[in-house]
Design a binder for this molecule. Structure first.
Ligand SMILES: O=C(O)CCC(=O)C(=O)O
Ligand SMILES: [Fe+2]
Length: 254
């Protein structure tokens, strides 16, 4: 610890500076195996305080699933992460290396999902595309045994849909009981080769959310599984059609 901070509450850095080589490798992995990892970049103390916030909220909710979007988890380490210049820069560089376009100056759409109890099971195996280009997934609590709710994905199954109408067609094809049942069946049997991501708290996982079909597997109801998700650059932000269909001021995930 730096001397001047000894004895005082040291301010833990939210996210390290990632070198250009590391970011290039993350983008390469996102393109080739579906996800890239920034390892050991979240301080254990920051994770521990977030973990106790989550445990208290789940207990207050009778041990059942609870989710927070936007600023609802205000006052936690997630605030520091979403405003961390190093984290914002990492996402910006990943976006730019991956798309070849300049990243717009936009905030994250932030979600904290705490899966637990019977209600948590309803949130498993919901295969979807995000509507945001880059998804940065921060595992906070991941069970180490039994059903752990691993992330599964079919990476890069479509291009970024510039056209919202084409996105709607994908949504209709994906977001129906038949497709969901078939995806669950075929990924479980191995007929469809899904990529399984066994996330480790402390790491941050990046993937092309709007290009990759993904979901989390079932988690034992007596365990908590919690992930913070930072969605970056809404691919349909300027879509006239979406604004007309859904109203201008709402945040959309999918
Ligand atoms: O919790 C996870 O592992 C994935 C969550 C997710 O895909 C989302 O919130 O968009
Ligand atoms: Fe997602």
């Amino acid at each position: 610890m730096i001397d001047s901070l000894r004895g005082a509450e040291a301010v833990k850095i939210a996210f390290p500076i990632l070198s250009d080589n590391v970011l290039t490798k993350i983008v390469y992995d996102m393109n080739h195996r579906g996800f890239g990892v920034a390892t050991d970049c979240i301080d254990p103390g920051n994770l521990a305080s977030l973990r106790s916030f989550i445990e208290n909220k789940v207990a207050d909710n009778g041990g059942e699933y609870i989710g927070f979007s936007g600023l609802e988890a205000r006052g936690t380490f997630l605030d520091n992460l979403s405003s961390s210049p190093e984290f914002i820069r990492a996402c910006k560089v990943i976006y730019e290396k991956g798309t070849g376009k300049a990243a717009p100056r936009v905030p994250f759409y932030q979600v904290l999902r705490c899966t637990s109890g019977k209600a948590g099971q309803k949130h498993a195996f919901i295969f979807h595309y995000d509507s945001y280009v880059v998804t940065a997934l921060v595992p906070v609590v991941i069970p180490s045994e039994g059903r752990c709710g691993h992330l599964i994905m079919l990476p890069n199954t479509r291009a970024i849909r510039e056209n919202y109408f084409r996105n709607l067609i994908d949504k209709v094809l994906l977001d129906n009981t038949l497709t969901q049942v078939l995806l669950r069946k075929f990924t479980a049997s191995g007929r469809l080769q899904a990529t399984k991501v066994r996330m480790i708290p402390g790491n941050v996982y990046f993937f092309w959310g709007c290009r990759s079909i993904h979901a989390n597997e079932l988690c034992d109801p007596d365990k908590i599984r919690a992930t913070a998700i930072f969605h970056y650059v809404d691919s349909h932000a300027s879509s006239w059609l979406r604004c007309t269909l859904r109203g201008k001021n709402m945040q959309y995930k999918y």
